[in-house]
Design a protein around this ligand. Structure first.
Ligand code: C5P
Length: 216
């Protein structure tokens, strides 16, 4: 079984996806974390975003793994580094590069072979698994999304970042993600759209589980 959950930044996809995958006892793949890990690698190694040869040879060296809540890049735990401001600012540009997407999509399909998997991202229902068993598109107003991210940052102890700054960064990523040539952020025609603006996490999780069905 493949479950695809797409949507813009801060719609609650990863929190909700983790809970649903847990309840169903299936694997969860955070594809945004994969694009973030590649971005982190490029920044660390000064890979120019317009140098195709350098990008290709870097991609050959990149290995991404998940273990519970942790993300590993070439065996190094990068879970917190990939959520940094600099990665936030660059990830949408890196994600728009064709060879980066090709490699990530291959990895995502390989990781999902012969298993039941829930993947969240931007292009899961449209490109990675167009014939997924279930497709959802989570949205929320940009103000709600900015407020959620702001609270997350506060909880992490990042008290110097303003809600306006977060809103701008979300709008900027949404714009690049929705307008890029390859695999733009878009609801699949057959995806069920859920506006989570006025819903609690539990309400969204239960709605999805009701459709997909509980684990036997
Ligand atoms: O989901 P998250 O906000 O962590 O994703 C970070 C970025 O990765 C997105 O803004 C987008 O540019 C990119 N992404 C993508 N395709 C996916 C998942 C994420 O282009 N399937």
């Amino acid at each position: 079984m493949i479950i695809a959950i797409d949507g813009p930044a801060g719609a609650g996809k990863s929190t909700i996806s983790k809970l649903i995958a847990n309840r169903l006892g299936i694997m969860y793949i955070d594809t945004g974390a994969m694009y973030r890990a590649v971005t982190y690698y490029f920044l660390q190694n000064d890979v120019k975003f317009d140098d195709k040869d350098e990008i290709k040879s870097s991609l050959d060296k990149i290995d991404i793994d998940f273990d519970r809540d942790k993300v590993y890049l070439c065996n190094q735990d990068v879970t917190s580094q990939i959520r940094s401001k600099i990665v936030n600012e660059n990830v949408s540009d890196v994600s728009a590069i064709d060879v980066v997407r090709e490699k990530m999509v291959d990895m995502q399909r390989l990781m999902s072979k012969k298993k039941s998997v829930l993947l969240d991202g931007r292009d899961i229902g449209t490109v990675v698994f167009p014939s997924a068993d279930y497709k959802f598109y989570l949205t929320a107003s940009v103000d709600v999304r900015a407020k959620r991210r702001y609270l997350e940052e506060q909880n992490k102890g990042n008290i110097n970042i303003s809600i306006e700054e977060i809103k701008k960064s979300i709008e900027n990523r949404d714009f690049i993600d929705s307008n890029r040539k390859i695999s733009p952020l878009k609801k699949a025609d057959d995806a069920l759209e859920i506006d989570t603006s006025d819903m609690s996490i539990d309400e969204v999780v239960n709605k999805v589980i009701n459709i997909v069905g509980e684990k036997d």
